[in-house]
Design a protein around this ligand. Sequence first.
Ligand code: GUN
Length: 293
Amino acid sequence: MQLIDGKQISEQLLGEIAQEVQDIISKGGRAPHLAAIIVGQDGASLTYVNNKVKSCERVGFKSTHVALPDTTTEAELLLEIKKINDNPDIDGLIVQLPLPKHLSADTVIQAIAPEKDVDGFHPINVGRMALSMPTYISATPNGVLELLKRYNIETAGKHCVVIGRSNIVGSPMSILMYQNSYPGNSTVTVCHSRTQNLSEITKTADILIVALGKPEFVTADMVKDGAVVIDVGIHRIADASKKSGFKLLGDVKFDEVSPKCAYITPVPGGVGLMTIASLLTNTLKAAKKEVYS
Ligand code: GUN
C-alpha cells in the first residue's frame, strides 16, 4: 500500500506557483489577486477561507477577504460581487459555500463573471469542462486529477467508481474521468443514494473516488484488493482528547481499507490540501488570461 501524500504534492505545487509569480513580477507584471467573499460565521468555512488567504500570501498573490454578516441580503451580496467583477485589479473571485439559507447559491454563482470564476462553478465554466474546452476546473476534482497524475496512476481502461453526484465533486469528477485525456479514459460508474447493491459495484472498482459526505462510510468489504482509493470526505468529529476539540475523518474507514489498497489518500493530508493548490492554479491562469483572453 502506498500513501498518496497530498501535503507533499500541494507543497510542490505551491512552490511552482510561487516561482511563476516571481517570474511575472521580475518581468514587470503584477501579482495575481484573489478575492474571497464569506457570508456568516460557519466555523469550518471561516477556517477554509482563512487558509485560502494565507496560501495566497505564501505564493506572493494579493488577496482580498470580504466578510459579510449572515443578515446580508441577496441584493447586497450581488452588489459586492459586481464591484469585484468590475475591478480590473482582481483576477479571481470565490464565494465560500454553503451560504446562509436565505441566499441562493445558484443566483450568486451566476452573478460571478465567468472569467473570474476560479472555483469553476459558473454554468458556463461547468459546460466548458463537460465539453473539454479550456476552463477553470473546480478545485477538488482538479486536486484529485493532479494526485493521480503526480503518482503516475494508470487510468485508461480502468473501472472508476465515483460515490456521490454533487455539483462540486461527484458530478464533475465522473465527467473528467471518462474524458479522452490523462488522467481520464476510465470507464466510469456514478453511485448515489438511490444506487442498489452499492458494495457489489464498488468491489469492481480499480479506482474508487468517495465523495458522499458520510464519515467512514466505505469499509474493507466494499473494496477490491489492489484498488486506488481517493477519499474526498472531511468531517470534524468531536474529540475531547484533541487540543482543537475535534478530529478529522474521511468518507473511508482508513484503518481497515488501507491494507487492501495499491494507493490511498489519508484524511487529513490527502485531497483536502490539494484543493487550495488547485484554486491558486486557477487564479494564476486567470491572471495570465489563459482561459479567457
Ligand atoms: N465549499 C466547499 N468546497 C468549496 C469550494 O471548493 N469552493 C467554495 N467557494 N466553497 C466551497
